[in-house]
Design a protein around this ligand. Structure first.
Ligand code: 1MF
Length: 194
């Protein structure tokens, strides 16, 4: 994955646990890089090793870390100058979710090594939709719950997420029931930077 992902993992860990803990996690993961370059593609294995080592060092289940990372990813990328990707995604949470594949396709135009997941929305209603998640990677579904919470904050929209079908329990793919309220402020006017 692009180094931006590893940088976001680093930012999450150092902001909550400090530099020393991050150094310990990197050592445990046998990651030699002093720093990551956001635009460089790194092996997925490196990111999995970081998450695994963080789980060991912090004594937190990997699924909980992935969930926290998903939320942090939205906050981090919106704050670090990638707000454009969110702006072009739509003015409301359901609009954004229905545009996710288009947004990833736009990023992939400039960054050909991107291997984005695919999302499909079904049963789209006023207050809920079903989000179908297909990824070229294994085991990252817990991140989606956190991503949706982060998007709820970004769009000032209360959101409840239920993981209704699980690939790791034999389902064809992961499905999330996303229930949302009305945005509490005018998200259409300024969908980012909050
Ligand atoms: O293959 C990749 O390198 C990759 C990297 C990030 C693929 C996807 C993503 C984003 N994705 C991370 C979890 C992947 C889980 C999986 O593979 O199953 C999160 C996707 C997402 C879902 C819901 C809501 C928002 C989401 O992300 C928004 C987003 C997506 C991509 C970027 C930023 C925000 C992005 C921006 C720049 C990138 C790479 C990804 O690379 C650059 C580009 C310019 C300068 C520096 C780095």
């Amino acid at each position: 994955m692009y180094g931006l992902v590893n940088i976001a993992v680093q930012d999450l860990v150092t902001s909550r646990f400090g530099q020393d803990t991050w150094d310990t996690i990197k050592r445990e993961a046998q990651v030699e890089d002093d720093m990551f370059l956001s635009m460089e593609a790194y092996p997925d294995d490196l990111t999995y090793r970081l998450v695994g080592a963080a789980s060991t060092v912090l004594n937190v289940p990997a699924a909980d870390l992935l969930d926290a990372f998903g939320e942090h990813w939205v906050k981090f990328t919106a704050a670090e100058g990638y707000g454009e990707f969110f702006r072009m995604g739509g003015a409301t949470l359901p609009a954004f979710l229905q545009n996710l594949d288009r947004m990833h396709a736009r990023v992939a135009l400039s960054f050909p090594d991107l291997r984005p997941p695919f999302f499909r929305c079904t049963d789209v209603g006023e207050r809920s939709l079903s989000l179908h998640y297909h990824s070229p990677r294994e085991g990252l579904a817990p991140m989606v719950t956190g991503l949706l919470r982060g998007l709820g904050t970004l769009f000032a929209t209360p959101v409840t997420v239920t993981h209704t079908e699980r690939k790791d329990a034999g389902a064809d793919h992961d499905v999330f029931l996303v229930e949302y309220g009305a945005a509490t402020i005018d998200a259409a006017a300024a969908p980012v930077d909050r």
